[in-house]
Ligand binder design. Structure first.
Ligand SMILES: C[S@@+](CC[C@H](N)C(=O)[O-])C[C@H]1O[C@@H](n2cnc3c(N)ncnc32)[C@H](O)[C@@H]1O
Length: 196
């Protein structure tokens, strides 16, 4: 078992090094399935992918292949854009629906914190879109059963008309961090904020 674990990390580091030498789709895909928490973290200075190997057993390539085939059917006809959220929100028009899933303040600071995400700016963009008749749904972290932290956000007045509590089950990150123990006390509740 230990030998396998050792080999896993060694192979992972080899593929990561190859990817960092020259970005390519196959290695990228492998790394997304194998990296710690499935998180692809790139160094700001030079774009180096720096995530260590995950503690989990990566998905079997056969199962992954079937999922890719299924998703390929589901997203056929969908157009994807890689861009700033502000640009996407800006293009939304009366009657459009926008779902925002930004980096969370607390639980994901370690993942996305380096990006210095400004939630207040996002709220202002949502406010402008709402004024044009766009329906916006936004998910945010709210509470954790253990280690309760203050996850308060400063929403512009009357921006959101409704708030729905969504039970997200056990925290994925915590599960990795605590070596796969069952985490009865780590139920995560998110908030779904709706402008209408
Ligand atoms: C909570 S994750 C979204 C996860 C996604 N909904 C999913 O299911 O895979 C937050 C995402 O916001 C992205 N992000 C951070 N800053 C952004 C920006 N300024 N504009 C657009 N996306 C941004 C991050 O790269 C990250 O992928």
């Amino acid at each position: 078992m230990e030998a396998q674990e050792g080999e896993k990390v060694e192979q992972y580091e080899k593929i990561k090094a190859r990817y960092n030498e020259g970005a390519n789709a196959a290695d990228f895909l492998f790394l997304t399935r194998t990296a710690y928490g499935g998180v692809m973290r790139f160094r700001k200075s030079d774009g180096y992918m720096s995530t260590p190997c995950g503690a989990h057993k990566p998905i079997h390539f056969g199962t992954f292949g079937r999922r890719v085939d299924e998703w390929s059917k589901r997203v056929s006809g969908t157009e994807f854009f890689h861009r700033e959220y502000a640009e996407s929100l800006d293009q939304a028009r009366d009657g459009d629906v926008v779902y925002c899933d930004p980096p969370y303040n607390h639980s994901q600071a370690i993942l996305y914190g380096a990006q210095g995400f400004d939630h207040d700016h996002l709220f202002r963009c949502i406010e402008a879109a709402k004024k044009r008749g766009v329906f916006v749904a936004l998910s945010l972290d709210s509470s954790k059963k253990s280690g309760a932290k203050d996850c308060e956000y400063r929403f512009p007045k009357n921006l959101f008309a409704r708030e729905i509590a969504v039970n997200c089950g056990r925290s994925m990150l915590k599960r990795f961090q605590m070596g796969g123990q069952t985490l009865e006390g780590e139920i995560v509740t998110d908030r779904l904020m709706l402008t209408h």
